[in-house]
Ligand binder design. Structure first.
Ligand code: TRP
Length: 456
């Protein structure tokens, strides 16, 4: 018998825990910072609700109908050729987790630094990430904890821990944002954050916002398909999906309310990129004095670590479910095998921030040199995830067909789906998603590889 989530809340917490992660708290603010504030947010919200939501619902519904992992699901539904999407998802999940886990390790390491009051770590970030033995230990530790939770199974592991961690996470972020808003820089921070500068919307911004919407909602990797496969027939997919989308967007928003006031209170530039959180924030915490600095700084990096943990758990479960369903591995063996492969794949990312010349200047696009970690993260989130989204929308729109999706969403008539929702999902999956996703690809290929300036 396939294990299932015990409660509706358990599934929502697990899925929201997957969605809410480093993407919301670390990546979202720096993407906003680099792309000129609120203009990015508007594009991002459009993508989340209009484009990604139908795909999110589809992923969960495919998983629930098939009661199988992301690869096997397509076979169970009777379309073995489409299982290629699933196989790609399983493979890419290993790559995404490989670098994600490295950043998760940094976060946990920073939590320790905050506890000992070492605020100078902000300036030492470039050296910190080059201390390979140390960050390797942290990322190994993070992988072991992730593996431990996944090894306990769906309800005794994933559900139990996400139900515990998510409320703590929400409380911490509300508390920190409330506190940040009282700081002197709050107004300048919020102005930057909330006043859109439409002239900044270039193709690159659109492309990043799209990639980020997919990444943030955990789409295109089979994570939600896998979680969906642990739902029973009574679960209400549509309302759960709405809850997950709102929570994800809200937490990213809150992260901005917390971060920009913090950063502006110290007059630190916002284009800090990757280092925004790791370099700027410790300075802010230092300015609060040692007691409050330790408390607020400690809470912040604890928040970041918890957010990362509920996401690493969901990504690991993709390959674990695959190995269990398709190759009859026991849960523990599947965890050990996947986690080991992922940890080894993460080694180039561990070396990509200065320790190895080769991985630090790994690629050159458009005259800018990028390190291995940025390369793999761009490639997987900005290119692969939307591509998987395109394939899923084509699959549901034309192969499995929208009426099957609607039938699944209504649990074979057990729930009623408002007619406008059904109509919207159908139009979105057949036309809107395929057209917009293909166009963005086409434009990007034209611009990146042929130098044709399409927008902006
Ligand atoms: N959504 C998570 C974040 O924002 C990361 C994540 C978890 C993810 N599962 C995923 C990203 C699946 C892509 C696909 O940090």
């Amino acid at each position: 018998m396939r294990s299932h989530f015990n409660s509706r809340l358990g599934f929502i917490m697990a899925a929201a825990g997957s969605a809410i992660g480093l993407g919301n708290i670390w990546k979202f603010p720096f993407e906003v910072g680099e792309s000129g504030g609120a203009a990015f947010i508007i594009v991002y919200l459009f993508f989340c609700f209009v484009l990604c939501f139908p795909i999110l619902v589809s992923e969960i519904a495919i998983g629930r109908r098939a009661q199988r992992n992301a690869f096997g699901a397509f076979k169970v539904l009777g379309f073995p050729r489409w299982a290629v999407i699933g196989l790609l998802q399983v493979v890419v999940s290993l790559f995404i987790l490989s670098f994600y886990n490295v950043v998760a390790g940094w976060s946990f390491g920073y939590f320790i630094e905050m506890l000992i009051g070492n605020f100078a770590i902000g300036e030492q970030f470039p050296q910190y990430v080059q201390n390979v033995p140390r960050i390797m230990v942290y990322s190994l530790l993070f992988m072991v904890v992730t593996g431990y939770i996944v090894a306990q199974g769906v309800s005794a592991g994933i559900e139990k821990y996400t139900k515990l961690l998510m409320p703590i996470l929400i409380l911490i972020i509300l508390g920190l944002a409330g506190y940040a808003l009282t700081l002197p820089g709050a107004k300048a921070g919020l102005t930057f954050y909330l006043v859109p500068d439409v002239s900044k919307i270039t193709l690159d911004v659109i492309y990043n916002a799209l990639g980020h919407a997919f990444f943030s909602l955990s789409l295109g990797l089979g994570g939600l398909m896998t979680y969906g496969s642990y739902l029973d027939q009574k679960a209400n997919i549509l309302s759960s999906a709405v809850a997950v989308t709102f929570m994800d967007v809200m937490i990213a928003f809150m992260a901005g309310f917390m971060l920009f006031p913090f950063v502006f209170s110290q007059g630190i530039a916002t284009e800090g990129g990757v280092g925004l959180v790791f370099m700027a924030l410790p300075k802010v915490f230092a300015s609060l004095g040692s007691v409050w600095g330790i408390i607020i700084g400690g809470l912040f990096f604890l928040l970041l670590s918890f957010a990362a943990l509920t996401s690493t758990v969901s990504i690991l479960e993709v390959s674990v479910a695959y190995l269990r369903d398709e190759h009859r591995f026991s849960r523990v063996t599947a965890v050990v095998v996947s986690a080991t492969v992922i940890f080894l794949l993460g080694i180039p990312s561990l070396l990509a921030n200065g320790s190895s010349e080769f991985f630090t200047n790994f690629m050159n696009y458009g005259g800018v040199s990028v390190d291995f970690m940025t390369f793999i993260s761009d490639l997987s989130s900005n290119t692969f995830l939307p591509l998987a989204g395109l394939l899923i929308s084509l699959f549901v729109g034309y192969i499995w067909r929208p009426d099957q999706l609607i039938k699944e969403l209504s649990s074979d008539g057990y729930q009623t789906i408002p007619i406008w929702v059904a109509v919207y999902l159908k139009i979105a999956l057949r036309y809107i998603c395929p057209v917009i996703l293909s166009l963005i690809f086409l434009f990007t290929v034209l611009e990146k590889f042929f130098g044709v300036q399409v927008i902006g």
